[in-house]
Design a binder for this molecule. Structure first.
Ligand SMILES: [Zn+2]
Length: 347
């Protein structure tokens, strides 16, 4: 991508749009200092940028200038993107440590990356149909029908066994229990097929009282409920960051040289990477490489270990113990978050 950046610089004559992200070590534009005072805040100008607010001394007011800013901003972002992404994947500890230590302009900030990946994740999930309930519903129904047929076949087989057992004078109670279980499965599947979801042998009223209105709304319009749950999940996704920080405090109770800011950078980069895995997984499933996608389940603990070890400069065992705690916490947090999104989305 270095070529693209050089191309962009050539086209824009070295102008870099500071509006998108501050550029890494750019010399700036020395040709345009017509203004004596900053056009933004009025501070007397020395050099190509305002020493008070950072705005460029010379601003464009032409379509050409607009296009230059647009292109430069895009290529600047792209350059950073390809510098950030491989490092986040292979050396997450290093990028976290360097960002905390102050190399900010070089990489995409954790927050910008997080917002980008939330968007990318929901786009990918919708595009690949993982979240489109219409298609899922059809698949789900045919699955239920297969289940019922399987159970019926199993019952036929069990009844033959039972007849043989009776003829041999054996105890048929275990076989009867198996038959009863299969029949229960059929009843459940048929209830769901007939739109009486969750109306299992026990009945819908057995569900905890607080959950019943959500079930009711999800049954009335599954498509709308799914869209609203997604909406809630993306709208409140930032909550995962503050929720994770207290846990990071617990992981490092005696390490005073790491503060809350450091933990927030760690968590935000980590969550961004995990969402990229979801994007990758859904794309792999889409092209039929499901077994490859299932291998991705083993990546998070490994990545967490590498990031913990590198970012906090931990020993091997110290990092392993903290990884186990972090994986456990991540499961609980993800579960709670999904439950909250479902509750908000269907209320
Ligand atoms: Zn200024």
């Amino acid at each position: 991508m270095g070529n693209l950046e050089a191309l962009g610089d050539a086209i824009t004559g070295g102008l870099v749009a500071r509006a998108v992200e501050p550029a890494a070590g750019e010399a700036g534009d020395r040709e345009h200092t017509h203004e004596r005072n900053c056009l933004n805040c009025g501070t007397p100008l020395k050099g190509p940028f305002c020493s008070e607010c950072g705005q460029k001394a010379h601003v464009h007011r032409s379509v050409r200038g607009f296009m230059q800013d647009f292109l430069a901003g895009m290529l600047n972002f792209e350059g950073k993107f390809w510098r950030t992404l491989p490092m986040l994947a292979w050396r997450p500890g290093e990028i976290t440590r360097r960002y905390i230590a102050g190399e900010r302009a070089r990489f995409i900030s954790p927050v910008a990356l997080y917002l980008f990946t939330v968007f990318a994740m929901f786009a990918a999930l919708n595009f690949t149909g993982t979240l489109s309930s219409g298609q899922n519903k059809v698949n789900f129904q045919s699955q239920l029908k297969t289940d019922i047929a399987d159970s019926q076949a199993a019952i036929a087989k069990l009844q033959a066994q039972r007849a043989a057992a009776v003829a041999a004078g054996q105890d048929v109670a275990p076989i009867d229990r198996k038959i009863a279980r299969q029949q229960e499965d059929i009843t459940t599947s048929q209830n769901v097929l007939n739109g009486r979801a969750f109306a299992s042998a026990k009945g819908a009223d057995e569900a905890p009282r607080w959950i019943r209105p959500f079930i009711k709304r999800a049954q009335d319009d599954p498509q709308l409920a799914s869209a609203r749950v997604q909406d809630a999940a993306s709208k409140y996704s930032w909550l995962l960051i503050p929720l994770s920080v207290p846990f990071m405090w617990l992981l490092f109770p005696f390490r005073r040289r790491y503060n809350t800011y450091d933990h927030m950078v760690f968590v935000t980069y980590s969550l961004s990477f995990m969402m990229m895995l979801v994007v990758l997984g859904s794309l792999l499933i889409e092209v039929g490489a499901s077994s490859l996608a299932s291998l991705l389940f083993f990546v998070p603990p490994f990545h967490m270990y590498r990031q913990l070890r590198g970012a906090y400069e931990l020993g091997k065992w110290s990092a392993i113990f903290r990884t186990m705690a972090l994986v456990t916490f991540a499961f609980v947090a993800a579960g709670l978050f999904m439950a909250a999104a479902a509750a908000i989305g269907t209320s």
